[in-house]
Design a protein around this ligand. Structure first.
Ligand code: CP
Length: 293
C-alpha cells in the first residue's frame, strides 16, 4: 500500500507537479540526534510538499546538550502542538521509547523512526523496495545481494524484512565473518563470506558502508584489504546479471566499499534512490496521518 501510494507522489518528488494539501495544518518536527544528509532533507521536502509546517530541531543548539532528558525534550515539543516527530537516534529503540511516551500523554502524535542505532531504518527499507520494484517490476524471481557491514547495519535489517515480506526468494548477506555472522541466516538470508559467490547472477546489489562509529574495536585488517575482498569493482559487478542494478543507502565511501567507476556507472541507481525517498516518505506521512491519495 505504501509503495503504491508513493507511486502517486513520484511526480511531486520529481518536481513535475506542485505541492498537495495532504498534511495542511500539521506540524512535523524533525528530531535528528545523529547526523544525516538524505533522510533528514527528504523528510523535510516530503513534509513541505505535503503542505505541513516543518520544524528542524537543531540538536547541537538545543537544551539536550545541557542535560535535558529525551522525554523532557519531547514534552516541550508536544507543548508546541506537534503532530508528528521524525526521529533519528544513535540508540536503538529511542523512537519506540518516544512513541510509548506520547501514546500515553499525547496520543494524537505520530512518531516515525528515521533510523535508530543498529536496529532499523524502516523508510530506507521501503524506499529500497520501491527502487527495486521500479527497475525490476516483480520481486518473485529476484536474487538480491546485500554486501558489507550487515552486523551494524539498520538498513540491512529493514531491507531484509521488507524484501522477505514482498516475496524476494533469495537474499544473500555478503561480507567478512566479523561483519556477517552465520547466525544471520536466521533472518532467512543465505550467508556468503566470498564476494564472487555473493554477487554471482544477482539482479540487485545493495552495498553498505562500514559503520565504523558502531564497531567496538578492529573488525577488519584495513580498509584497503576490505576493498580488495568486498569492494564492488567493475570486475566483480560483471559476475552479476547483465542488467543488475547497484544500490547504496549512502553516504558512500569511494574506494572502501565501492569503486567510483561503479558508483557513477551505468548500473548505479544510487541517486534515483534519493529522489524515490521523497515519494516514499510522503506516502508514509500521509498514510499515518490518514490522508492517502
Ligand atoms: N541513507 C541514510 O540514512 O542516509 P543519511 O544518513 O544521510 O540520512
Amino acid at each position: 500500500r505504501i509503495l503504491n501510494t508513493a507511486d502517486s507522489f513520484i511526480n511531486i518528488a520529481e518536481r513535475e507537479v506542485k505541492n498537495v494539501p495532504l498534511l495542511r495544518g500539521k506540524s512535523v518536527f524533525n528530531l535528528f540526534f545523529e547526523n544525516s544528509t538524505r533522510t533528514r532533507t527528504t523528510f523535510e521536502i516530503a513534509a513541505r510538499r505535503s503542505s505541513a509546517d516543518v520544524f528542524n530541531l537543531d540538536i547541537v543548539r538545543s537544551s539536550a546538550v545541557k542535560g535535558e532528558s529525551l522525554l523532557d525534550t519531547i514534552n516541550n515539543l508536544t507543548a508546541m502542538q506537534a503532530d508528528m516527530f521524525v526521529v533519528r537516534h544513535a540508540t536503538s529503540g529511542a523512537p519506540y521509547l518516544i512513541a510509548r511516551h506520547t501514546s500515553a500523554h499525547a496520543p494524537h502524535i505520530h512518531v516515525i523512526n528515521a533510523g535508530d542505532g543498529r536496529h532499523e531504518h524502516p523508510t530506507q527499507g521501503l524506499l529500497d523496495a520501491y527502487t527495486i520494484r521500479h527497475y525490476k517490476k516483480d520481486f518473485s524471481s529476484l536474487i538480491v545481494a546485500v554486501v558489507g557491514d550487515i552486523l551494524h547495519s539498520r538498513v540491512a535489517r529493514s531491507d531484509i524484512h521488507a524484501l522477505t515480506t514482498l516475496g524476494v526468494p533469495e537474499i544473500r548477506a555478503v561480507g567478512p565473518k566479523t561483519l556477517v555472522p552465520n547466525d544471520l541466516a536466521g533472518m532467512g538470508v543465505r550467508v556468503c563470506h566470498d564476494m564472487a559467490e555473493g554477487v554471482r547472477d544477482a539482479d540487485v546489489i545493495i552495498m553498505l558502508r562500514l559503520q565504523n562509529e558502531r564497531m567496538g574495536g578492529a573488525m577488519l585488517p584495513s580498509a584497503g584489504e576490505y576493498f580488495k575482498r568486498f569492494g564492488l569493482t567493475a570486475e566483480k559487478l560483471a559476475l552479476a546479471k547483465p542488467d543488475a542494478i547497484v544500490m547504496h543507502p549512502g553516504p558512500i565511501n569511494r574506494g572502501v566499499e565501492i569503486d567510483s567507476s561503479v558508483a557513477d556507472g551505468r548500473a548505479s541507481v544510487i541517486l534515483p534512490q534519493v529522489t524515490f525517498g521523497i515519494a516514499v516518505r510522503m506516502a508514509v506521512m500521509s498514510t499515518i496521518a490518514g490522508n492517502t491519495a
